[in-house]
Design a protein around this ligand. Structure first.
Ligand code: CAA
Length: 380
């Protein structure tokens, strides 16, 4: 792998860094405290081509590779983790599967507005009783004439409140377990789509997390994504890409916590000198910086493999596992470097600590990442 970024990749990174520093970062604390969805930032991300980065231009996207996507997403996550997950879900979990599994008609109708950022998407796999065990889908899909009728409850749906388009998984044959699951593209204006609850959370407060109830939700046959009974593969393939996105979000949070700690350590004085001169602080900073770099290398490797069309389930899980645990670890150390000031809301590390936790949970817990890594490692 060549560690030197191309001219285009450096331009994408710089563009996203400027946007994040000038527009995202100044709003992050307020968005977090108010629990407000950043509509204005999503609009600007759409104009900058950040909402459908890996989608070819003919379908409304930026036509870039995964490496450019992770470079941009790290910058956005450095500014605001909530804004980053909105971007990640749209790119990885919604545009990704429509591009990969969708028909030409589905791409024209649903992918183009998602990739342009005119519409927002969400991904409905989790259920009250199907989190890590995602094959245990209780949501049912029954074919009646030309329509599939969906009934069930979907949990913890990022972007669920704002989404126009949803990728929904449901079981058309419970006896077949994962081979009886089908993926559907659902328009959220459908009268059978109901937002039942908006969750109150520890972190990523500016992104919505909704419970969705599907009540006799009629979906045309033409909206089946992939094969009938092939939905579990759609879900797993999509999550491979999604995990690179969450790993990148975690990397951005970790970098933010590290940069805040460096800045603080240089200006805070104790025992007659800046605390950055104290070895106790230096060792923490050294460990934080090393883990952030290691997380970035794992993210870049997974992106590199994906760009070459190579199977990267193991590498995506490694990146997600390590980067999310790094985000939590670095954010914890960042509070330690700040002392009492790290525990209060005047300093951003308190937010980074709360935002970091979810990266160890969504799009597959750390335990699920270890299951995937062990399976591939033992089979090697
Ligand atoms: N790509 C393509 N196919 C895959 C695959 C992949 N990465 N992984 C598995 N499959 C296929 C297998 O080949 C197998 O196919 P066959 O039927 O042809 O043999 C099939 O899927 C079943 O595979 P497993 O036996 O390994 O499946 P399992 O039931 O044991 O589950 C699991 C495996 C890893 C535990 C999986 O259920 C999993 O990843 N669980 C976590 C779910 C998750 O990440 N949820 C997050 C929700 S999304 C979210 O958080 C959204 C948000 O809003 C941010």
């Amino acid at each position: 792998m060549n560690f030197e970024l191309t001219e285009e990749q450096r331009m994408v990174q710089e563009m996203a860094r400027n946007f994040s520093q000038q527009k995202v970062l100044p709003l992050a604390a307020e968005l977090d405290q108010a629990g407000r969805f950043p509509h204005e930032l999503v609009k600007e991300m759409a104009q900058l081509g950040l909402m459908g980065m890996m989608v070819p231009a003919e379908y409304g996207g930026s036509g870039l590779e995964t490496l450019s996507y992770v470079l941009a997403l790290e910058e956005v996550a450095r500014g605001c983790a909530s804004t980053a997950v909105i971007m990640s879900v749209n790119n990885s979990l919604v545009a990704g599967p429509i591009l990969h599994f969708g028909t030409e008609e589905q791409k024209k109708r649903y992918l183009v507005p998602i990739a342009r950022g005119e519409k927002i998407g969400c991904y409905c796999l989790s259920e009250p009783n199907a989190g890590s065990d995602s094959a245990n889908q209780q949501t049912s899909a029954a074919l009646q004439g030309d329509q599939w009728i969906l009934n069930g409850t979907k949990n913890f749906i990022t972007n669920g409140k704002e989404a126009h388009t949803a990728i929904v998984f449901a079981s058309n044959d419970r006896e077949k377990r994962h081979r009886g699951i089908t993926a559907f593209i659902v328009d959220t204006e459908n009268p059978g789509w109901k937002i039942a609850k908006i969750e109150k959370k520890l972190g990523i407060n500016a992104s919505s997390t909704a419970q969705i109830v599907l009540e006799d939700c009629q979906v045309p046959k033409a909206n089946v994504l992939g094969e009938v009974g092939g939905g579990f593969k759609v879900a797993m393939h999509t999550l491979d890409g999604g995990r690179i996105g969450i790993a990148t979000q975690a990397l951005g949070i970790a970098r933010a916590a590290l940069e805040e700690s460096i800045q603080y350590a240089k200006q805070r004085e104790a025992f007659g000198q800046p605390i950055a001169n104290l070895q106790a602080i230096q060792f923490m900073i050294a460990d934080m910086a090393t883990r952030v770099d290691a997380a970035r290398l794992l993210v870049w490797r997974a992106a590199y493999l994906k760009d070459r069309g190579l199977r990267m389930s193991k590498e995506a899980s490694m990146a997600k596992l390590f980067a999310s645990e790094t985000a939590m670890w670095v954010a914890t150390k960042a509070i330690q470097v700040h002392g009492g000031y790290g525990y209060i809301k005047d300093y951003p590390v308190e937010r980074h600590f709360r935002d970091a936790k979810i990266t160890e949970i969504y799009e597959g817990t750390s335990e699920i990442q270890r299951v995937v890594i062990a399976k591939w490692t033992l089979a090697d």
